[in-house]
Design a protein around this ligand. Structure first.
Ligand code: NAG
Ligand code: NAG
Ligand code: NAG
Ligand code: NAG
Length: 281
């Protein structure tokens, strides 16, 4: 069933597959669940141990919302971390028919095939994060050696120079500026935050009813700072305001770490699939 639906979606959609930003292999670290000592270099300020009333509420509530800036800015790193992980680990929308696209095990990603979110015929799919030279794989399947960023720029990655473009520039280049991108998938190794911040601010997301993103905080098992949690939560809140609701979530155990303050296992990498609801509030 699933594979029949999967191929039918792919049959009527034009698929653009784009380059990743960097090649990174995850450092696989197995972290035991029981830890007796916090890593010495991570300092927990006394305020980081304090659970604000807000976070106590987040722990209890089934669905977690990200508060507005005034309150968010006031939270400690530990509170932001707890909020970030709770937010990404909770489903906000019940999708009845999930379809896995791409490789079934690793690198696969889920879309919601409920009628309301199903792409119209014809449709366009963009998938960022696969390395190939430009070529056409099949009738409607194209690889583009283009990388995405929040500005048009050239960067050095390993020894190569990479040309990166914004989402809007890529859509213009491919003559899709005024077309609907029905499904957008982004797995670009930490660039997702700046890319999504740019997309939320500048791109027309009308009709982009499925969005799948692999979110990363650090590519190894380190716990990030307040600023990174804050920026991440801001991006997630903006996506929420646009109507994006999590219907599928998966923690990647290869990026697990134990939070220094709470001794709780968390992951720096989440695969998340969103649908876009039409009445976001
Ligand atoms: C938790 O849920 C209760 C009742 O639904 C609500 O009043 C409260 O604001 C929520 N807390 C947070 C942090 O979302
Ligand atoms: C921020 O935190 C301080 C100290 O905990 C508190 O007095 C203040 O009311 C908080 N502000 C907001 C907007 O929650
Ligand atoms: C796309 O829409 C913009 C205005 O929204 C218009 O200026 C432009 O000519 C359109 N491009 C095409 C190829 O239709
Ligand atoms: C956004 O795109 C949709 C089609 O996907 C189009 O109908 C709408 O006019 C566009 N809005 C703007 C502001 O360009």
């Amino acid at each position: 069933m699933a594979s029949a639906r999967r191929s039918s979606v792919l049959k009527w959609c034009t698929v653009g597959i784009f380059a990743p930003i960097l090649f990174v292999t995850y450092k696989v670290t197995m972290i035991p669940m029981v830890v007796t000592e916090a890593e010495p270099e991570i300092q927990c300020l006394p305020t980081d141990f304090r659970d604000t009333q807000f976070i106590v509420g987040v722990h209890r509530n089934a669905s977690v919302l990200i508060p507005e800036d005034l309150l968010l800015k006031n939270l400690s790193r530990e509170d932001l971390s707890a909020l970030y992980h709770r937010y990404l680990e909770n489903v906000q929308y019940m999708c009845r028919r999930k379809v896995r696209l791409g490789n079934y095990e690793d690198g696969g990603w889920d879309i919601c095939d409920d009628e309301h979110f199903r792409p119209p015929k014809p449709c366009i799919i963009y998938s960022f994060g696969m390395h190939m030279d430009d070529h056409q794989r099949s009738d409607k399947n194209y690889f583009h050696s283009l990388g995405i960023s929040d500005k048009d720029e050239a960067i050095k990655a390993n020894t190569d120079e990479w040309q990166l473009f914004t989402y809007n520039t890529i859509r213009q280049k491919l003559q899709h500026a005024n077309k609907t991108i029905s499904i957008l998938k982004i797995d670009v190794e930490l660039y997702e935050w700046r890319v999504l911040a740019d997309i939320v601010k500048t791109a027309n997301m009308t009709g982009t009813n499925n969005l799948a993103v692999e979110f990363h905080l650090a590519l190894d098992g380190t716990e990030v700072e307040w600023e990174q949690y804050y920026r991440a939560l801001t991006v997630l809140r903006n996506l929420y305001h646009l109507g994006y609701r999590i219907f599928w979530t998966h923690q990647n155990p290869n990026c697990a770490f134990v939070s220094a303050c709470k001794m709780e296992q968390r992951s720096n990498c989440h695969e998340i699939s969103f649908v876009k609801v039409t009445d976001p509030f």
